[in-house]
Design a protein around this ligand. Structure first.
Ligand SMILES: [Zn+2]
Length: 333
């Protein structure tokens, strides 16, 4: 068999709907005949030859073909709808049904594969964002809020309700929306007031989803590591302010909150003697740049922190003179 039938471009394998080999020629000529795939000693398919030239599905299909006769028997057309080479209309109907069924199976298999591929790429993107978060140039304690938000383990009212610790998941600021990470750190009016006074990037940024990890991923894609660093720092301070409101009923206005965040970032950059400051000065609001106090006076900068692990507050105060020199500092506790 296969004396005249070519391997490529002819219908000879039982794979609907083309019935033709789809694998491109690798080691054989494009004009090679099916007969060349048969081991003349055993009069059976040469599996070594099949395996290096075709994909798995095609090898299986070829192997399912029974080889009839030996040597140079002429090729014959066979009606595969019956076992005895005769054509009946009902066999055509059954064959059509079988082809349709196989076509649907093939379709769902491909859909499954594309789902797997989407899931795969999603995981690759996720692993990329984790790597980026891990490498952000800031103390790990400052990444904590971003990290917990992305893992959805920030103790928001939504999460506390799910753990049956609270019975009300509404936001402590607007009192309307559920307090999930995205809401309290980004979309709540109390947070958007803060982002509205930050860089233009944050003023124009819109997230397509409610998932916080998705928001962070989109922010990284549309922005850069620098913007993500600012986002991490500012989110931390928004979260601390939120805790301050809940625990001591003190509210820091948006401008002060941005100023505090920027000061901490500048301090961190200076402390690490970084040649590339974490915050680009030209992209910051003018009010966020630290300036020396007038001659003869001192400037006090302070920052309040909330330890997520111990649930305790802390305060840092730095005093500088009119030359910008460090005079004193105090930490509570
Ligand atoms: Zn809210």
């Amino acid at each position: 068999m296969g004396v005249k039938a070519g391997i490529w471009g002819e219908k000879w394998i039982p794979i609907p709907n083309t019935f033709m080999i789809q694998t491109q020629p690798r080691f054989m000529s494009t004009t090679a005949r099916v007969r060349e795939l048969v081991d003349t000693d055993t009069n059976w398919w040469d599996f070594q030859c099949l395996s290096v030239n075709f994909d798995t599905e095609e090898v299986r299909a070829i192997a399912s073909i029974l080889i009839s006769g030996v040597g140079n028997n002429p090729d014959v057309r066979v009606w595969r709808g019956t076992d005895f080479r005769m054509f009946f209309v009902r066999s055509a109907y059954h064959l059509a049904m079988e082809l349709e069924h196989r076509s649907k199976l093939e379709c769902s298999r491909r859909m499954e594969e594309s789902e797997i591929w989407r899931e795969c790429s999603r995981r690759m993107e996720e692993s990329e964002i984790w790597r980026v978060l891990w490498q952000l140039q800031m103390p790990n304690s400052d990444k904590n809020v971003l990290w917990r938000g992305c893992h959805n383990i920030l103790p928001t009212r939504d999460n506390l309700l799910k753990r049956k610790i609270l019975t009300d998941s509404r936001c402590p600021f607007c009192g309307i929306e559920i307090e999930a990470a995205t809401h309290i750190l980004w979309s709540c009016p109390s947070a958007s007031d803060v982002w509205g006074t930050r860089e233009v990037f944050f003023q124009k940024f819109h997230s397509s989803g409610a998932d916080f990890l998705q928001l962070v991923e989109e922010m990284y894609k549309k922005g850069d590591v620098e913007m993500l660093t600012v986002f991490a720092r500012q989110s931390k301070n928004i979260w601390m302010r939120r805790n301050g409101v809940i625990h001591v009923e003190a509210f820091t206005n948006p401008n002060d909150l941005v100023r505090i965040t920027n000061q901490v970032m500048v301090d961190f950059s200076q402390a690490n003697l970084s040649t590339t400051p974490t915050v680009r000065q030209e992209r910051m609001a003018p009010s966020s740049i630290w300036t020396k106090p007038v001659v003869g006076s001192f400037k006090i900068n302070w920052d309040v922190g909330f330890n997520l692990d111990t649930d305790k507050f802390g305060m840092r105060i730095v005093i500088r003179d009119s030359n910008g020199r460090f005079v004193a500092a105090h930490t509570v506790p």
